[in-house]
Design a protein around this ligand. Structure first.
Ligand SMILES: *[C@@H]1O[C@H](CO)[C@@H](O)[C@H](O)[C@H]1NC(C)=O
Ligand SMILES: *[C@@H]1O[C@H](CO)[C@@H](O)[C@H](O)[C@H]1NC(C)=O
Ligand SMILES: *[C@@H]1O[C@H](CO)[C@@H](O)[C@H](O)[C@H]1NC(C)=O
Ligand SMILES: *[C@@H]1O[C@H](CO)[C@@H](O)[C@H](O)[C@H]1NC(C)=O
Ligand SMILES: *[C@@H]1O[C@H](CO)[C@@H](O)[C@H](O)[C@H]1NC(C)=O
Ligand SMILES: *[C@@H]1O[C@H](CO)[C@@H](O)[C@H](O)[C@H]1NC(C)=O
Ligand SMILES: *[C@@H]1O[C@H](CO)[C@@H](O)[C@H](O)[C@H]1NC(C)=O
Ligand SMILES: *[C@@H]1O[C@H](CO)[C@@H](O)[C@H](O)[C@H]1NC(C)=O
Ligand SMILES: *[C@@H]1O[C@H](CO)[C@@H](O)[C@H](O)[C@H]1NC(C)=O
Ligand SMILES: *[C@@H]1O[C@H](CO)[C@@H](O)[C@H](O)[C@H]1NC(C)=O
Ligand SMILES: *[C@@H]1O[C@H](CO)[C@@H](O)[C@H](O)[C@H]1NC(C)=O
Ligand SMILES: *[C@@H]1O[C@H](CO)[C@@H](O)[C@H](O)[C@H]1NC(C)=O
Length: 419
């Protein structure tokens, strides 16, 4: 009995350790009060307030879909959040535009980082080997989609602020021009730690947001079509970025996937940097399952100093609206992600691709044996041992107290007057 109770306490405390909330998270959509429907320039603002610091996420399709995160001090006073000057934000003058987003002077910025979705490439994989390094502009057919040219639905229309979800969804007009298909990018913040409730079950915490990219039923004129998505990562630090791929255990969360990758902004100081984490798997149908899983390859990270087109995209993004982000020293790298595996039929076999990743501050979560597995192993091996030990102690104690009782009885028998 005692052993059982101690075991239960152990289990409950280990489970609750991961559910202790350390940040309060609230989400709002900022929009120009003068703006009429459809507005098209909105900013999802997720504020994750902790004891030591606050993470301000500015999630917007202004320019290109961007998640820009500013880590600041925590000031528990009203009117100490981010302010947007919408007239300046709309300005063509880069100096003016760079003053559009401000914080009051009491707010101190410790660090900032960003993930940007720049372009989507579609290529005709005539060799069916799902490797973009085999192709150039001349040896196959390409369609290039620049996310800056996309017409996205209003964020307030497609998002769910109560669940801390900001959703980029192409507008119905844009959808029609793509044969009634959809492209969406969902970003979700959390006030607790857990795993996403669908495959590949990536881990998240209150320092991490989850992103979900879906390319669904868009028409294509390439019969052997495959997609590539290009991303930029920005960091307010001069460290060299790196992608590290490690073997992960074949866990119960993503069966059959043995790798996990982290694109790190500060590989030698991970606790003070940020990361994008993903597993090399995407899904060709809903519901996501092992039978519709295919591979995700990456090509990078590479610098983009020489790529003027890319720099222009960054300037037109929300980063260009915050003076400090370009005034101070920073690093930016870009990476392509391609979806598919030789002989998986390519995009047109299902006309659907869904890929998930996380963006977070601090050292990325590592895959380890889950609490549940530990409990099962503990129950299998440990419990009998615990029972034997506690059982043994119990028997000894009983014997001891039995002996003492006997002595007492003898004493009281000999001196009946004592009672
Ligand atoms: C809204 O428009 C009016 C008139 O053009 C202008 O005076 C005001 O500053 C605008 N408000 C904002 C928040 O931009
Ligand atoms: C905060 O700002 C609002 C509107 O900008 C204002 O009405 C309010 O008085 C301010 N509160 C404080 C404590 O400054
Ligand atoms: C941009 O705005 C700044 C400050 O308002 C001004 O000094 C500068 O002349 C403007 N530049 C152009 C090209 O209009
Ligand atoms: C960048 O980091 C420095 C400290 O390293 C900080 O002083 C500055 O405010 C930060 N700026 C931004 C935009 O993150
Ligand atoms: C794409 O590749 C397929 C298979 O190799 C080929 O039949 C088709 O003609 C190509 N389409 C274009 C537009 O190049
Ligand atoms: C593609 O073809 C053009 C014209 O023939 C040539 O100038 C260019 O260098 C080629 N590009 C590559 C990557 O081979
Ligand atoms: C809002 O979303 C619905 C469907 O999700 C769409 O039909 C409608 O056009 C959207 N409205 C605006 C203003 O974008
Ligand atoms: C879609 O396009 C039509 C015509 O070009 C335009 O009138 C309408 O406002 C657009 N709808 C949205 C939601 O952008
Ligand atoms: C897309 O949907 C609209 C309205 O339902 C329809 O008129 C149009 O033909 C569709 N386009 C394609 C390419 O299926
Ligand atoms: C996917 O779309 C293409 C045209 O865009 C079509 O030819 C093909 O049959 C579609 N595949 C499926 C499985 O619906
Ligand atoms: C294929 O479709 C794309 C995008 O719809 C278009 O830009 C391109 O010209 C088309 N290519 C061919 C060979 O028809
Ligand atoms: C991604 O791939 C496209 C097509 O090959 C290429 O033009 C682009 O430069 C690549 N981007 C990066 C960051 O490597």
């Amino acid at each position: 009995m005692a052993a059982g109770r101690i075991f239960l306490i152990l289990v409950v405390s280990s489970l609750c350790f991961s559910c202790l909330a350390t940040r309060t998270v609230k989400t709002e959509i900022l929009r120009d009060p003068n703006c009429t429907e459809p507005c098209r320039t909105e900013i999802g603002h997720v504020q994750a307030t902790g004891q030591e610091d606050t993470l301000h996420y500015l999630i917007t399709n202004i320019g290109i879909p961007t998640i820009y995160v500013l880590r600041t001090n925590t000031i528990n006073e009203p009117n100490t959040s981010v302010k947007v000057d919408w007239n300046k934000l709309a300005s063509e003058n880069t100096t003016e535009r760079s003053e559009a987003i401000t914080f009051p002077p009491v707010i101190q910025i410790f660090y900032s980082y960003a993930a940007m979705f720049t372009r989507m490439f579609e290529y005709n994989d005539t060799l069916d080997n799902a490797d973009i390094t085999k192709y150039n502009v001349n040896n196959t057919a390409w369609n290039v989609y620049n996310f800056a040219d996309f017409d996205w639905d209003d964020l307030s229309n497609a998002s769910d602020v109560n669940s801390n979800v900001i959703n980029f969804m192409i507008s119905s007009n844009m959808s029609e021009s793509l044969g009634n298909g959809t492209i969406s990018l969902k970003i979700q913040a959390f006030d607790h730690g857990d795993r996403e409730n669908q495959l590949p079950h990536l881990q998240y915490t209150e320092n991490i947001v989850l992103f979900d990219l879906v390319i669904s039923h868009i028409s294509t004129n390439l019969s052997a079509s495959r997609f590539v998505v290009e991303m930029i990562m920005y960091s307010n630090s001069t460290d060299n970025m790196e992608i590290k791929t490690t073997a992960s255990i074949d866990d119960e969360y993503t069966p059959g996937v043995f790798k996990i990758s982290n694109w790190l902004t500060r590989p030698t100081n991970q606790a003070e940097g940020c990361f994008i984490q993903w597993k090399p798997v995407c899904y060709q149908n809903i519901p996501r399952g092992r039978n519709v899983a295919t591979y995700v390859s990456y090509y990078g990270p590479s610098g983009l100093d020489s790529d003027q087109d890319m720099m222009k995209l960054v300037d037109r993004s929300i980063l260009g609206a915050f003076e400090e982000s370009t005034a101070i020293q920073f690093r930016m790298t870009a990476t392509n992600f391609s979806f598919g595996l030789s002989k998986d039929g390519g995009y047109t076999s299902k006309n659907y691709t869904a890929w998930s990743g996380t963006l977070g501050f601090g050292a990325p979560p590592e895959e380890k044996v889950s609490t549940l597995v530990i409990i099962i192993i503990a129950a299998g091996l440990g419990l009998p041992v615990v029972i034997i030990i506690f059982g043994g102690i119990g028997v000894c104690v009983k014997k001891q107290t039995g002996k003492q009782k006997k002595i007492l009885q003898e004493v009281t028998r000999n001196y009946p007057g004592l009672n």
